[in-house]
Structure formats: structure tokens, C-alpha cells
Design a protein around this ligand. Structure first.
Ligand SMILES: CC(C)(COP(=O)(O)OP(=O)(O)OC[C@H]1O[C@@H](n2cnc3c(N)ncnc32)[C@H](O)[C@@H]1OP(=O)(O)O)[C@@H](O)C(=O)NCCC(=O)NCCS
Length: 257
């Protein structure tokens, strides 16, 4: 795995990155079984714009939990043959290959505050199977909430990399970018690791705490063909993954590891 590819640069997202972020998101999760079960009718233009609206949220002064969106640009040898990471200007000419959506909770929440936070599947849109969204995203939300208990932390909500540009180090660069900010604030980071994301996070100092095991084959009759379902992930902490189960791991990275 490439930890630091000099041709990858991370920066805060700008409004003009919206279409690229939408493109990367749906490409990254296209063959993910939970994504497919949540979108049984495929992805409509409304779904895409709804995702864009939820993702490109302006900072709201005074509100707990500030959204932060970062993108990774790739300056390929074909398009930028003389690219020099030290001197090349931040002109947005790189290809957006990955993004990370964070929520910065820089202050702890009281028990009353975090317990009162409710997950709602509704805003995922009409085209979604809301029962699956509730079981999966709601389930992850509940586990993360119980684990974090309102602690101040940087939460990584979504990480996605264009499948055409995976294994170039863009995902790791985005995770490390967030971890460096967390370290500067002396805060931990938290996330829910997909089967593919797990080893990236583990290598960057995240520790497994808990897991959400979805009985996909038993519940929806889908067999584990194609993308990895996480059979080897966090087995030491959360136990073996039964056949036909998709595992997502609740992880935390302590500050300054
Ligand atoms: C997880 C993900 C963001 C990693 O992005 P990336 O830019 O390829 O990551 P890096 O290049 O920094 O790291 C590469 C590591 O990612 C994982 N990875 C990347 N592409 C992969 C692929 N096609 N198949 C399996 N694992 C893959 C591997 O662990 C790989 O390490 P390795 O090369 O030593 O096996 C990307 O694979 C992705 O978007 N996956 C689909 C969406 C997803 O699961 N996101 C995470 C949500 S928590």
C-alpha cells in the first residue's frame, strides 16, 4: 500500500467539486452489497442530488458537530508530467479520485445530549429500502453512539475512492489528513469500517472495538460473491464472522499514536 504518494494531494472540498464527489461515491460503493440492498431500484438522479445536498453542507456556527469534506486530487504522469508537489499551485486541475466526509465533535456531549440524538432513515430518499437503511446505517449509528458515549472526536462518516484509482494511496492520505488534524487537537478519531476500509484504518492506528454483523444471506438471500464481506476483519476482538455475514467494524484511533 502506498502511504504517501507525492502525486496525491488532499485539500478541503469546494462547491465546484460536487459532481466529482457524487461520481466517486456511487462508483466506490456500486458493488457493495449493503449499498445495493439499500438501493433495490438502482440510483436515480434524485438520489445523486440528495446525496450531494447531504454531503455539501455548510458549517453551522454554534451547532455541535461541524461537517468537513476533503477531497484527494491525483496529478497523473499523463496529465501532469512535470508535477512537483512542492511547487505546483492549488489550481484544482488534479483529478478528484477520493473524498472523505468528517464530522468534527470537538467538545464532548452530555449523556442527555448524545442519548437524545435520533437516527432517521427518511432523508435517504424515496428510492431506498428504508428498512435496510434503518437496520444497517441505523444499526451502525446506534453502535457508534453507544461506543463513543458523547466523547469529543473526529468522526469519519464516508470515505470513497474511484475504483479506477484505488491503491494509489488516496484513501490513506485522506485518513491520515484527518488523523493529523485530530492529533493537533489532541482528539481521537472514530469510524465504522467497511470490509474494504478495515485494513487501511488498522494500518493507520485505528483499533477495533465492536462490529455490526449483517446476516445478509439469511435475511435477503444474497450470497457472498464479488466484493469482500469482511470475513477476516476484527476476528480477534469481535469473534469469527459466520458464513453469509457482512461485517462492519466500529473503530477508534487514540490521539497521537
Ligand atoms: C477503502 C478505500 C477508500 C481505500 O482507498 P484507496 O485509495 O484504494 O486506498 P489506499 O491506496 O490508500 O490503500 C490501499 C488499500 O485499500 C484496500 N483496497 C484498495 N482497493 C482495493 C480493492 N480493489 N480491493 C480490496 N482492497 C482494496 C486495501 O487494503 C489496500 O491495501 P493493499 O494494497 O496493501 O492491499 C477504497 O477501496 C474504496 O473506496 N472502497 C469502497 C468504499 C469503501 O468501502 N469505503 C470505506 C468506507 S468505511
Amino acid at each position: 500500500m502506498t502511504f504517501q504518494n507525492p502525486r496525491i494531494r488532499v485539500r478541503e472540498a469546494r462547491p465546484e467539486d460536487r459532481d466529482d464527489v457524487i461520481r466517486v461515491f456511487y462508483a466506490a460503493f456500486d458493488d457493495d452489497v449493503m449499498h445495493q440492498l439499500m438501493h433495490p431500484n438502482g440510483i436515480s438522479e434524485d438520489d445523486k442530488q440528495g446525496f450531494g445536498d447531504r454531503t455539501f453542507v455548510k458549517a453551522q456556527p454554534g451547532k455541535r458537530g461541524q461537517p468537513k469534506l476533503f477531497v484527494a486530487e491525483y496529478f497523473s504522469p499523463e496529465t501532469h508530467p512535470t508535477f512537483d508537489p512542492e511547487t505546483y499551485p492549488d489550481d484544482g486541475s488534479g483529478e478528484i479520485v477520493a473524498f472523505a466526509k468528517w464530522t468534527f465533535h470537538t467538545e464532548p456531549r452530555t449523556d442527555e445530549e448524545w442519548q437524545a440524538e435520533q437516527f432517521s432513515a427518511e432523508h435517504f430518499g424515496d428510492g431506498c429500502d428504508l428498512a435496510v437503511v434503518d437496520a444497517f446505517i441505523g444499526g451502525l449509528n446506534g453502535k457508534q453512539k453507544e461506543s463513543a458515549k458523547g466523547e469529543a472526536a473526529l468522526f469519519l462518516g464516508i470515505l470513497g475512492c474511484d475504483p479506477k484509482r484505488q491503491r494509489l494511496g488516496a484513501g490513506s492520505a485522506l485518513v491520515k489528513f484527518g488523523a493529523d488534524i485530530a492529533d493537533s487537537l489532541n482528539l481521537p478519531c472514530r469510524l465504522e469500517a467497511s470490509p474494504m476500509g478495515y485494513s487501511v484504518y488498522k494500518r493507520l492506528g485505528y483499533e477495533a472495538l465492536d462490529a455490526l454483523d449483517m446476516k445478509v444471506t439469511e435475511t435477503w438471500g444474497v450470497k457472498p460473491e464479488g466484493r469482500y464481506w469482511g470475513a477476516n476483519n476484527a476476528v480477534d476482538v469481535c469473534g469469527p464472522v459466520p458464513e453469509g455475514v457482512h461485517r462492519t467494524v466500529i473503530m477508534r484511533r487514540p490521539p497521537k499514536v
